[in-house]
Design a protein around this ligand. Structure first.
Ligand SMILES: Nc1ncnc2c1ncn2[C@@H]1O[C@H](COP(=O)(O)OP(=O)(O)OP(=O)(O)O)[C@@H](O)[C@H]1O
Ligand SMILES: [Mg+2]
Length: 256
């Protein structure tokens, strides 16, 4: 199953959830791959997997599609092992910025899908982290994915962006990727003691949005795990954030 974590709004938890859900998937024995499509490289840094000069990144994989090579490298050769067993990553790179306009003008929008299809036997689950923008790369990811997960930070701006996001995803489904579904909206940084987040979630549910029935609370543990460069499942396996993330993984695995 290929999942993209996407929201045009920044700072809602796309990278945090990509890495943590993927690490849980790997810890359960699934061969799991993360693709970091954001020039900020937050998921790559979270896993302490920033590429060294001699290692390849997702930018190299894309670049190969616009330059001539006698021997084109297979996508699997770009996957790097991580500190977590069964978890691999194609690291992000700032150079994605420089390549974007040429990739766009040369219509390379299906290249990520082809790359992931070539690895369909190598991985049980693929999670794609995206930038907070509908750019060439997030569009490529939505075209390559089976499911889209939308994290929100439970504030009013998040709700305002959802309608246009839903329309855009419907358009991509119709034009490029009939199998694409919004699998769930994930309420992140949920504050149990405040009324507004609850109210916003209830309104979204009433409007028919598929909000997953497990909310991830706001906790400094998330930032601590970033700083330690360890996913929560290894950093604090019994913490309530880890338990919520496990519950979300199970909801996704078993159908919600
Ligand atoms: N549940 C949480 N509790 C506390 N802090 C959180 C939680 N989830 C995310 N954060 C913090 O919020 C910030 C944004 O999270 P993250 O980088 O995962 O979001 P993002 O959507 O990937 O951001 P961007 O749009 O910039 O890529 C980070 O500092 C992260 O540590
Ligand atoms: Mg991010």
């Amino acid at each position: 199953m290929i999942r993209v974590l996407f929201n045009k709004k920044g700072g809602v938890g796309k990278s945090s959830l990509t890495v943590n859900l993927a690490a849980i998937s790997a810890s359960k024995g699934f061969r799991t791959l993360i693709i970091d499509l954001d020039t900020q490289c937050n998921s790559t840094a979270y896993l302490d997997a920033l590429a060294t000069p001699e290692e390849s990144t997702i930018a190299d994989l894309f670049e190969q599609t616009i330059t001539f090579h006698l021997h084109r490298r297979a996508a699997i050769e770009y996957c790097k092992t991580t500190q977590v067993d069964n978890l691999f990553i194609i690291p992000g790179a700032q150079r994605l910025n420089e390549l974007e306009s040429e990739l766009h003008s040369r219509h390379k929008i299906y290249k990520l899908r082809e790359a992931l299809e070539s690895m369909s036997k190598d991985f049980d689950h693929i999670y794609i982290d995206t930038a907070p923008a509908l750019n060439f790369y997030s569009l490529s990811a939505l075209i390559a994915s089976d499911r889209c997960l939308i994290p929100i930070d439970c504030d009013d701006f998040a709700r305002q962006g959802l309608y246009s996001l839903q329309q855009k995803i419907a358009e991509i489904k119709e034009d490029h990727n009939p199998k694409l579904e919004i699998e769930g909206i994930i309420a992140n940084q949920f504050m149990t003691n405040a009324n507004l987040p609850k109210q916003i979630i209830n309104e979204l549910i009433a409007e028919g949005y598929p909000v997953l029935n497990e909310y991830i609370s706001q906790s400094v543990k998330m930032r601590e795990s970033h700083q330690a460069k360890k996913p929560l499942i290894t950093f604090a396996p019994k913490h309530k954030l880890s338990l919520s993330l496990l519950a979300i993984f199970d909801l996704l695995e078993n159908g919600n």
